[in-house]
Design a protein around this ligand. Structure first.
Ligand SMILES: Nc1nc2c(ncn2[C@@H]2O[C@H](COP(=O)(O)OP(=O)(O)OP(=O)(O)O)[C@@H](O)[C@H]2O)c(=O)[nH]1
Ligand SMILES: [Mg+2]
Length: 446
């Protein structure tokens, strides 16, 4: 499953719920675990991540009175950003860069991409071919340098890397020097020797390992090996356009403490970007930035709550979504509002945002049974204390929610008997074309 698609589906499922409670959060976390593991993110990291989110939104760290739905969105975003690592700011100071890595990882192509990256920022660039193994390496890099306007250095058919570097490096006057090295099928001593020769001659400020996204979490171990052998300054993950394991590769490198500097997203010279985990996560989730994501989550939440108006018995969950709708869209959008404003205390219809958040936290701390049968809360003593503690609020807050709920529930019972009010409502509803039978159903009448 595609990482972005999987994450987006899990978030959409969560946002589509009328009430986000503990069970919904746990289900969301299971979905997220499945998606991340399927995308080759190391299992250990996945469990640590979901544990942290659970603790943050359900446990003791939970901030009092915060909306659970928004808290979950906030923490999954933060955690994914943290999972993938830091943002890289490329330095524009003159420097020497060596690219290294195994066969076919994209070294030579990436040399061209980085050359173009610096050229576009107004620097002069020289490309140096130090790959003496692959027959076409020289021609390939030469073509790329012509394409991006970098100067090219190398000695065709020369097998001595040291000689090439000692001959050409003194001639180079450009700001940025990028050296391409030979690949190998696996990490071995011969490769390390070759790289050490290059590093000794070039004295680079940057030693960058190039890896293809499709190696997934193996990228972590590979980065560690190369780092121990030649001391990396970072890695580049290529072919993120074609692999579902890119998330795994990125996460594993971050866990191995080797920073991701650039990512490659295609074969062309412009398909390179400096790595920015926020941008990356934003794109995965389908939003340009965090604010846009939060707006969407809020909107989806309100819509889902309105759907819950189809209730046959007033439950705390339905009561909460009605209060919230009344606040967001005016009293007439809620069933209570339709019953006539005079019958409800005005301040209940204008419950403050803070109080609503508290109420949501309180309802989130209840069991399903309590939510559906609010009468049990007054009957058994310890319940109110337990819920207050779980929600991080005072027992008075729980009692306040209950008394508001009871007022409305009584009013609904009264409604069934009050012919005058019914007439008034019938007239009102007739105009707006609502189904009276359905409304009576909602009120528990018949
Ligand atoms: N789709 C895609 N293809 C890429 C990307 N980067 C490189 N490639 C392709 O991968 C293949 C290998 O790229 P090279 O740059 O030759 O790899 P290399 O590491 O220099 O290979 P050796 O020198 O043989 O070890 C080429 O066909 C590239 O076009 C990328 O980000 N996306
Ligand atoms: Mg190459």
């Amino acid at each position: 499953m595609d990482l972005g698609k999987g994450l987006r589906e899990a978030l959409a499922k969560l946002s589509g719920k009328a009430l986000v409670d503990e069970a919904a959060v746990k289900e969301f976390l299971r979905d997220i675990q499945r998606v991340l593991i399927a995308n080759d993110v190391p299992v250990k990291l996945v469990f640590e991540l979901s544990k942290r989110i659970e603790k943050k939104v359900l446990g003791e760290e939970q901030a009092a009175g915060l909306n659970l739905r928004e808290q979950v969105a906030r923490s999954i975003y933060d955690e994914l950003v943290a999972l993938l690592g830091e943002k890289y700011e490329p330095s524009l100071k003159p420097r020497r860069v060596v690219l290294l890595g195994l066969y076919g990882s994209g070294k030579t192509t990436t040399c061209g991409k980085i050359a173009q990256f610096y050229k576009k920022r107004g620097l002069s660039v020289a490309l140096v071919c130090a790959d003496t193994d692959r027959p076409a390496a020289y021609a390939q890099l030469q073509q790329l340098s012509a394409k991006c306007g970098a100067s090219f250095h190398g000695m065709e058919n020369e097998k001595d890397v040291k000689k090439i570097l000692q001959t050409h490096l003194p001639l180079i006057k450009e700001d940025i020097v990028i050296v391409d090295s030979a690949g190998r099928s696996g990490f071995d001593e011969e490769l390390v020797r070759q790289l050490q020769t290059i590093v000794t001659e070039v004295q680079p400020q940057e030693k960058i390992l190039v890896m293809s996204a499709d190696i997934g979490q193996t990228a972590g171990r590979q980065a560690e090996q190369f780092h121990q052998a030649v001391g990396l300054t970072g890695v580049i993950i290529t072919k993120l356009d074609g692999s579902g394991k890119g998330g795994g590769a990125l996460a594993a490198c971050h866990a191995a403490k080797v920073p991701v500097l650039y990512i490659g997203r295609g074969e062309k010279l412009e398909d390179l970007e400096s790595f920015d985990s926020k941008k990356f996560v934003g794109r995965l989730l389908g939003f340009p930035d965090f604010e846009a994501l939060m707006d969407k989550i809020k909107e989806a939440g309100i819509q889902a709550e309105l759907k819950e108006q189809e209730m046959d018995k007033l439950t705390l969950g339905a009561f909460y979504s009605q209060l919230k709708a009344a606040r967001k869209m005016g009293p007439l959008s809620s069933v209570f509002g339709m019953m006539g404003m005079n019958d409800l205390p005005a301040d209940m219809m204008k419950t403050s945002e803070d109080k609503l958040k508290k109420f949501e936290a309180i309802i989130g701390s209840m069991t399903q049974h309590e939510r559906d049968n609010a009468e049990v809360l007054r009957k058994q003593k310890g319940r109110i204390e337990r819920i207050a503690k779980g929600a991080g609020v005072k027992p008075e807050d729980v009692r306040e929610l209950l008394s508001q709920f009871e007022k409305v529930a009584n009013l609904m019972n009264g409604f069934k008997k009050n012919r005058g009010l019914r007439k008034k409502l019938e007239k009102m509803m007739g105009k707006s074309g609502m189904d009276m039978n359905k409304l009576q159903g909602m009120m528990g009448g018949g």
